[in-house]
Design a protein around this ligand. Structure first.
Ligand code: WQD
Length: 337
């Protein structure tokens, strides 16, 4: 079986490559390297001990993407490729709509032309917007609150219309909560370009001395200690969820969404303390005002994925912190080491 991963050189994509190779799949990666490094794929090869095919191609380059499908027998696609910063999407909405939505349109048109109608799509919990009810179930109303989240929501709707128009399509939508951590080998991990917007890479960069101090956004939320609560899921658990979802699309048609989270929320201060314990490093921080667009609490109800995909997050918050620290301390400058 040959699987194409768009954005496969990225944080979640590279970890999914490892799990797929371990399961015996052949994989082809298409990535424009706008927010990733081809070094991650060299490290994937080192971890898995198996080769993979890589095309340095942008999904917006229809001709070159067409060639990838013409040159390879592809059984299914896992679609990770897309810009993913909430704050950046607010500043540059048009580039987010063009890159994420037009890219997906080009991909799905070419898939259709080549009769490749099985896809796992990398969606996000941001499609739920400000959800009052916790834990969040998949039938919660969808109401994105920023351009990035709206691109994910629009792509979900595009894929629903596609599946409704042609029942031979099989599509699984995976709504990630807060992916973090790193492969225990320390060879692949999160390597954001510039100053990190997500909390864990910010914490690890403070711990390794690249950044001075963590600013904790908001200490007056209605939570255990006033700081925001999130469902941090280990990226290896998330990658294993993609393998389960792939088996699902290979086996049955239709379209279904699944929340991939642990079902447990931790506050920012609880995360900082867990990291300090796991790494032995102090993380200096200051309490500052809330960040615009943040919700107070967000964590998943992962029941549907447990029952239908036979998937459950296994790794703990301590595993997440220990693995994130190993990646950062072994690679203080990420892949540009
Ligand atoms: C987590 C918590 C912050 C940074 C985003 C996207 C989501 C997904 C994951 C793509 C919050 C606090 C953060 C900092 C802080 N990405 N924080 N100081 O916002 O929950 O989710 O990333 O799919 O779609 O929305 O993640 O890591 O930015 O924030 O205090 O420097 O950490 O307020 O409570 P978020 P995050």
């Amino acid at each position: 079986m040959s699987i194409l991963l768009t954005g496969g050189a990225g944080f979640i994509g590279s970890h999914t490559c490892v799990e797929l190779l371990d399961e015996g799949y052949d994989i082809i990666v298409v990535d424009n390297l706008s927010n990733s490094s081809a070094k991650s794929l060299e490290h994937v090869h080192q971890i898995a001990g198996k080769p993979l095919k890589f095309y340095h191609v942008d999904l917006l380059d229809r001709e070159r993407l067409e060639n990838v499908f013409a040159e390879n027998k592809i059984d299914a696609v896992i679609h990770f490729a897309g810009f993913k910063s909430v704050s950046e999407s607010v500043k540059h909405p048009l580039s987010y709509y063009h890159n994420n939505i037009t890219g997906t349109l080009v991909l799905t048109e070419i898939m259709q032309n080549h009769q490749v109608k099985k896809m796992v799509f990398s969606s996000s919990a941001t499609v739920y917007g400000y959800s009052e009810r916790m834990p969040i179930k998949e039938d919660e109303p969808l109401k994105a609150t920023n351009p990035y989240g709206r691109t994910k929501l629009m792509i979900e709707e595009l894929l629903r219309d596609l599946a409704a128009s042609d029942p031979s399509w099989s599509i699984t939508l995976l709504r990630y909560f807060n992916p973090t951590g790193a492969h225990p080998s320390g060879l692949i991990g999160e390597d954001p370009k510039g100053i990190p917007t997500n909390i864990m890479p910010y914490i690890t960069q403070v711990a390794v001395g690249k950044l001075q101090k963590l600013s904790i956004f908001g200490s007056d939320y209605p939570t255990v200690d006033g700081t925001g609560i999130r469902d941090y899921i280990h990226v290896v658990d998330l990658a294993k969820g993609h393998v389960k979802a792939l088996k699902n699309v290979l086996a049955s048609p239709g379209i279904t969404a699944y929340n991939l989270g642990t079902g447990k929320g931790y506050s920012v201060l609880e995360l900082v303390r867990a990291f300090e314990k796991a790494s032995g490093k102090k993380v200096p921080y200051q309490l500052v005002g809330r960040r615009h667009g943040d919700v107070a609490v967000s964590y998943a109800d992962p029941q549907r994925a447990m029952q239908e995909l036979d998937w459950k997050a296994e790794k703990s918050l301590d595993d997440i912190c220990a693995d994130a620290w190993r990646w950062q301390s072994c690679n203080p400058r990420g892949y540009s080491n």
